[in-house]
Design a protein around this ligand. Structure first.
Ligand SMILES: Cc1cc2nc3c(=O)[nH]c(=O)nc-3n(C[C@H](O)[C@H](O)[C@H](O)COP(=O)(O)O)c2cc1C
Length: 324
């Protein structure tokens, strides 16, 4: 049977199963004006460095047993495609510099890609109060990283038995960091986003970048409650947070100049396109858990996933107009 005959037979067999009534009315579909997307690089500057496609691998592993393996997969795919990447928490590295082999990825990324180290707000507070910010510069230099991502995750820390107590307001710590640290600073939550007061304060401080890590993707309050199996904590505080779309609307009103990594459940290319189109700032789409899932099936699998994801965002861009 020829390929065409077999395909036509499939169409007849599957047509009944393919009725679909749900319509996404955020878009107007214009089949008359688009062409199919290609995968040509479209270089732009993000956080002071060059990227080819608006896709960021969000901070994940650091100090775990498989960290090196996954970090190398992430970095080599970023290097091949021209993407940006944030490391997972570098706390272990700050304490034991022999772990540098797990994080030493610049040669895989190449010199142009944005590459950021990552620490929690509690570690930043400690470095500042001990007058040890120079340690941060040492590690940044050793990694040849372009700057620092600071994660602020008080709900997770509270529900994590070994979590850090936040005793000083994160905004005050970030302000001190901004005064004393000359490098590029990005601030992020890790899955529950931030409300308008926090966003305004960061925008007023002229922080270089923000990763939204909005509500609707990986939820670390939930993760800790599952991990610790504590009946006392079950299901508490998991449902609070700010979705990326709300944060984008707020940032647009603030007319903030920060570069934005739009993340928090951005696993659907149509959602990603919608969010990025609404965001007035220079922005990229960030993903964590899906990237990890794809990397678990190997480097080529991750590279294909990201390539297809970017192509599908371009498909949306070519055929769909956002209704405002
Ligand atoms: C396995 C895993 C580990 C993570 N570790 C960190 C971390 O060390 N530091 C950090 O800032 N965020 C961390 N995150 C949060 C992600 O960077 C991201 O902001 C968040 O998961 C939302 O993206 P997602 O919905 O695509 O997973 C982690 C996420 C995952 C899935």
């Amino acid at each position: 049977m020829s390929e065409i005959t077999s395909r036509k037979d499939d169409h007849i067999d599957l047509a009944i199963a393919s009725q679909h009534n749900f319509r996404d009315d955020r878009f107007e579909y214009e089949p008359m004006y688009g062409v199919h997307p290609d995968f040509k690089p479209d270089p732009f500057i993000f956080l002071g460095k060059k990227m080819n496609y608006p896709f960021w691998i969000s901070s994940m592993t650091g100090g775990g047993s498989d960290s090196k393996k996954y970090n190398e997969i992430f970095a080599s795919v970023c290097g091949d495609l021209g993407l940006g990447m944030g490391l997972g928490s570098c706390r272990a590295l700050m304490e034991d510099q022999s772990l540098i082999k797990d994080f030493d990825l610049r040669s895989l990324l190449g010199p142009e890609a944005p590459f950021f180290m990552n620490l929690g707000i509690a570690q930043i507070a400690e470095l500042i109060s001990n007058g040890e910010l120079n340690k941060l510069n040492d590690v940044l230099g050793a990694l040849q990283a372009d700057g620092l991502i600071v994660h602020i995750n008080p709900l997770q820390e509270f529900f994590q038995p070994e979590g850090d107590l936040i005793v000083e307001r994160p905004i005050d710590i970030v302000e001190k960091l901004k005064m004393k640290f000359l490098g590029t600073i990005v601030v992020k939550e890790i899955g529950q986003g931030m409300g308008s007061r926090s966003l305004k304060a960061l925008s007023d401080l002229e922080i270089d970048g923000l990763e939204l890590a909005g509500f609707g993707g990986t939820n670390f309050t939930k993760l800790e409650q599952i991990r610790t199996k504590s009946p006392e904590n079950e299901f508490e505080f998991q449902s609070v947070g700010e979705p990326a779309i709300e944060m984008i609307r707020c940032l647009n009103e603030l007319k903030s100049s920060m570069d934005i990594i739009i993340s928090g459940g951005m696993n659907d290319p149509l959602e990603a396109y919608y969010h990025q189109s609404l965001c007035n700032n220079n922005s990229v789409i960030g993903q964590a858990h899906k990237v990890l899932e794809m990397a678990q099936l190997g480097r080529e699998n991750l590279k294909t996933y990201i390539t297809r994801f970017v192509l599908k965002m371009r498909l949306a861009q070519n055929y769909l107009t956002i209704k405002h």
